[in-house]
Write a new protein. Sequence first.
Length: 307
Amino acid sequence: MRIAVVGAGGVGGGFGAALAKAGADVSFLARGAHLAAMKSAGLKVLGPRGDTHLVPTRATDNPAEIGPVDIVLFCVKLWDVESAGERIKPLVGPGTAVIPLQNGIDAPERLIPILGERAVMGGVAQISASITAPGTITQVGTFMRMIFGELNGQRSQRAGDFLALCQKAGFDATLSDQILTELWMKFVLLATNASITALARQPIGQLRDDPDIRPVFIAAHQEVIDVARARGVALPADALAKILEFNRHAPPTMKASMALDLERGNRLELPWLGGKVAELGRQLGVATPTHSVMYAMLKPYAMGKMG
């Protein structure tokens, strides 16, 4: 199976290396120092699941060099969705599945006008990993899960084939016939955790049991659940309990990628996370006071280091 990974950061690099180790033909689309290191010394993924060193690593900054593939794992930051979508057209043949593994909930609807409805699936990645040096990705904790499925809920041959490969690669994989529900469940979790870990500048373990902070988590999760339901998304009746349970078992040192971006002075995905909750709340007439305040407080940092 030919796979192209677009954006070889924590998510793309982590899953891409595991799939390559399982025997898939994986090419990485990357740039800058990270690309140079991958080409010269291979890609390293380090962490408690065990270390992987992919040598040689097939990596390039030119999609035309790769050509049409079976699966595209689309792992760019949320502000790059449209520009990267245009660039990867050479990867997309008549049967190609593009699986966006972004944070947020709108990557599929933003890609469809560019790549066509047939090409785009829905996907959710759960992994805590980031680039710690050019060519090196470090994972925190052992959880590594991908949920994907056709947006219309049908079970396709291409999704089934990819599921078999993921299982061979040894991470937790689910082919879902309700991928929109899965996308929103991750959004309930992440829109909240990203803003809270960024604002507090602390990992989840320092925050989740604090009697003053726990109610902030609960209120913020509930706001996203209310927005989802107002939008007609079918969430489980016990959505809040499920999310809190996930947080309870998350690695204590885990910080959302947006919190890491804030620490590093990088641009933030804030407008598509907390900002999106506040924006949808206004459109749908759902109150989102917690997210609106967190968004306002983080907004000065949205474009990265000031000055």
